[in-house]
Design a binder for this molecule. Structure first.
Ligand code: PMP
Ligand code: GLN
Length: 380
């Protein structure tokens, strides 16, 4: 039998590769992004409660009303945006499923989708499956800012979507209000959609305010924004998230969502709805993660790794050019085997090979682990 691959260039993701190697070599795993601490006990008790109470059958396709309502309350509080929960909010199996459904519902063969690289790895395969083209815009370190004039030059008559990710994985870059206004200006009067991946909306430092696309009424009309409970509640394994979009866009994406998964975990939706009524948890997250970032950076002060400013996410980039000439993939593997710390190379986040001699670490870890890892890295 001959199998013709629809994704001939896709292999195992770098996150899976590095996490598996970390296990094999008993290294400290700062590679794949996930916390090594548990989610709130109250949230786990609420899931158990709703399971025991019999909330165990299919949820409504678009999500449990208690949860979509609680999200709309939160969105109004944080971004001053009023939403119709039944028409503009949809609960998904993590942000990944929301992104996949949005792209496959809205992108046609030959369309062009502008992707800001380095980019999270799930965008391009979804675009490829649509028979469309991912057009890369390359961010340059150490600042990773967008030159909007240059960006605008990528527009063609086939441009159908722009994907932005703010705060940005893997760089930790946070895009400003001015960035959003520039994006608004260049898309005005066009048929271009904006997919805004905001899974790290609450992981933002130094008192900065997250510039959600929900805060920009004109941009909102052409937007789909995606969010992840996994990042917010320290439970990436639950694979729960949601997307927000105006009613007409939502209706199209739901056509795919209903045949892709139909609906997602009922007791967990009820539990998150109840837990989310306390907005304090969200408000405490920036400090919680900033303390981890600063703790780790402090322990790394004497190392030869040069930190690159991280203003958001739970990732920190380090330049290792003072240490080695190896490319980033080889360097991460060497570091893992020789020094027992797993990191993520940045080049797999790009479609064209660029070796910046930079690796990413995830600091969503307890202080003992961050300290142990920093001790090892300071010896390199
Ligand atoms: N987008 C980005 C930028 C991410 O880092 C992640 C985390 N893996 C996702 C989307 C997917 O989130 P989820 O785990 O909720 O599918
Ligand atoms: N978002 C996580 C990261 O960037 C990885 C998720 C995954 O393994 N697919 O590390």
């Amino acid at each position: 039998m001959i199998l013709k691959s629809k994704l001939p260039n896709v292999g195992t993701t770098i996150f899976t590769v590095m996490s598996a190697m970390a296990k094999e070599h008993r290294a400290i795993n700062l590679s794949q992004g996930f916390p090594n601490f548990d989610c709130p006990t109250k949230l786990k008790s609420l899931v158990a409660h709703y399971m025991k109470e019999g909330y165990n059958q299919y949820a409504p396709m678009q999500g449990v009303p208690a949860l979509t309502k609680s999200i709309s309350k939160k969105v109004n509080k944080f971004y001053k945006k009023k939403l119709d929960p039944s028409k503009e909010i949809t609960i998904t199996a993590g942000a990944t499923q929301a992104i996949y459904c949005a792209i496959t519902a809205l992108i046609h063969p030959e369309d062009e989708v502008i992707v800001i690289e380095p980019a999270y790895d799930s965008y391009k395969p979804a675009i490829d499956l649509c028979g469309a083209y991912a057009i890369p815009y390359s961010l340059k370190g150490p600042d990773y800012s967008i030159d909007w004039k240059e960006f605008h030059h990528l527009f063609s008559r086939n441009t159908r979507m722009i994907i932005i990710n703010n705060p940005h994985n893997p760089t930790g870059k946070v895009f400003s209000e001015d960035d959003m206004l520039q994006l608004q200006k260049i898309t005005q009067g066009t048929n271009i959609l904006v997919l805004s991946d905001e899974v790290y909306e609450h992981l933002i430092f130094e008192g900065a305010k997250h510039q959600s696309i929900l805060k920009f009424p004109e941009l909102y009309q052409r937007s789909i924004s995606t969010f992840s409970f996994g990042k917010t509640f320290h439970n990436t394994g639950w694979k729960m998230g949601y997307f927000i979009a105006p009613p007409e866009i939502t209706a199209e994406i739901r056509k795919v969502h209903q045949f892709n998964v139909f609906s997602v975990n009922t007791p967990v939706q009820h539990a998150i709805a109840e837990f989310s009524s306390d907005l304090q948890f969200f408000q405490d997250l920036p400090n919680f993660y900033q303390e981890k970032r600063d703790f780790f950076l402090n322990k790394m002060e004497k190392s030869r790794f040069q930190p690159i400013e991280s203003s958001g996410t739970y990732f920190q980039l380090f330049d290792y050019s003072q240490i080695s000439d190896l490319n980033d993939v080889e360097f991460s593997k060497w570091l893992l085997k020789e020094h027992k710390v797993a990191t993520i190379p940045i080049s797999p986040f790009r479609s064209k090979l660029v070796d910046e001699k930079v690796v990413r670490v995830c600091f969503a870890k307890t202080e003992d682990i961050l300290k142990k890892a920093a001790n090892k890295l300071c010896k390199v």
